[in-house]
Design a protein around this ligand. Structure first.
Ligand code: XIL
Length: 375
């Protein structure tokens, strides 16, 4: 009582005013808020989340992220498993989910040699189709899919993984049957179907000098032919000892110099030993399980976790330095529980590549990334 009487009124008023203003200018505590005005923070999501069967991931998604990419349901094998027979249910729900939650929706991916149905490239006798026929099939697929979501999708990965690490063209059915023009045609068909949508080229291992040069050359050729490429996706399936961030930065700058927005489209860092020296993200790669390749099946040692966190922090430091040209950073999944890295390139391992752990808790590095953005 006595104490209260002796506290001057102006002091109490000042205190109330200070705490009110502290509340209203509180620093952001989520990734999407911290990076707002810099770049979008996205996540690849799967059917479970969209259909409401994974509340824990859903909660993180809504709290921390403002963009979604279809992890699988928009690939051609899902959308058009038989010629002319389209399955849109999952993709429709994905797009509707994004709209209901005000998220930037990314379509992944229109033309990719992997996870494409066999029929796409072959006739009824099992022979390769003609060039004209493959172009027609590409056009039918792209036009049908892109038109369906016209005006609702922020951007499409139009072509995925056309260039090898040394800069040469990847020897796929699209390349073999159509030639280099398959990329140009894919962009033209997509542009025709939705003129206002952003169109991206997406690939992995983009920090390699050979791939950087090959992609730059390909985009320059497209631009010289009047084809607009809005963005370049650097997938970003990394590990504890790669990428070399100086090389990564060179690629980022080279892509931005083309006038393309830079998107980190599929970010994760495996903490597990690689069974192969060729570290990329070729989904066709597969190695037999060995116990030695799965060293952290019980828990992740602290020193390894620390390396993971420093990889994330180093990468985000580069991205923040170039925030003017980086448009989006998308994690390839939400929690470690659901990451594709548990099964690729070796099935049945326990990996820790993402920002949220198996208990759906934010890893300590999330706070660090938020701090980095606010500095
Ligand atoms: C992966 C999905 O995450 C897995 O669920 C699926 O089994 C295989 O494909 N590059 C890409 C992505 O462009 O589409 C791949 O996604 C990962 C590598």
């Amino acid at each position: 009582m006595k104490l209260r009487k002796t506290i001057p009124l102006f002091f109490v008023a000042g205190l109330v005013g200070w705490s009110l203003s502290a509340c209203s200018s509180a620093e952001p505590t989520t990734l999407k808020d911290a990076y707002s005005g810099k770049f979008l923070i996205g996540a690849a999501i799967n059917k479970n989340i969209v259909s409401g069967n994974d509340d824990a991931s859903m909660e993180i998604l809504k709290r921390e992220f403002n963009s979604i990419t279809a992890e699988n349901c928009m690939k051609s094998a899902w959308l058009q498993p038989e010629k002319g027979v389209f399955h849109f249910d999952d993709a429709d729900r994905f797009v509707q989910f994004g709209e209901e939650n005000g998220m930037a929706i990314i379509g992944h991916c229109l033309i990719w040699h992997s996870q494409a149905p066999k029929w796409f490239f072959t006739d009824e006798k099992g022979q390769d189709v003609s060039r004209d026929e493959l172009i027609q099939r590409m056009q039918d697929h792209i036009t049908t899919v892109v038109s369906r979501y016209k005006g609702r999708i922020k951007g499409w990965d139009v072509v995925n993984e056309a260039i090898m690490d040394d800069g040469s063209w990847r020897d796929t059915k699209f390349y073999r049957i159509i030639g280099e023009d398959f990329v140009k045609l894919a962009f033209l068909f997509a542009r025709e179907a939705d003129p206002d949508c952003e169109l991206y080229y997406n690939d992995y291992s983009m920090m390699h000098e050979g791939k950087r040069n090959g992609v730059v050359e390909m985009i320059k050729n497209l631009q010289a032919q009047g084809v607009k490429v809005d963005g370049i996706g650097m997938q970003g399936h990394y590990g504890l000892d790669f990428p070399d961030f100086a090389e990564f930065e060179k690629s980022l700058v080279a892509f931005a110099d083309l006038g393309c927005g830079v998107h980190i489209t599929e970010l994760d860092f495996t903490v597990l030993p690689s069974p192969d020296s060729q570290v990329g993200a070729d989904v066709a790669a597969g190695f037999e399980y060995q116990q030695a390749l799965n060293p952290y099946s019980e828990e992740l040692p602290e020193e390894v976790a620390a390396q993971l966190y420093s990889q994330y922090a180093d990468l985000f430091a580069v991205l923040l330095k170039h925030a003017g040209c980086v448009e989006r950073v998308t994690l390839w999944g939400i929690s470690d529980a659901d990451s594709w890295r548990n099964d690729w390139p070796v099935r049945g391992r326990t990996d820790y590549p993402l920002l949220f752990d198996r208990e759906y808790q934010a890893k300590p590095v999330v706070k660090k990334l938020i701090k980095l953005a606010l500095n």
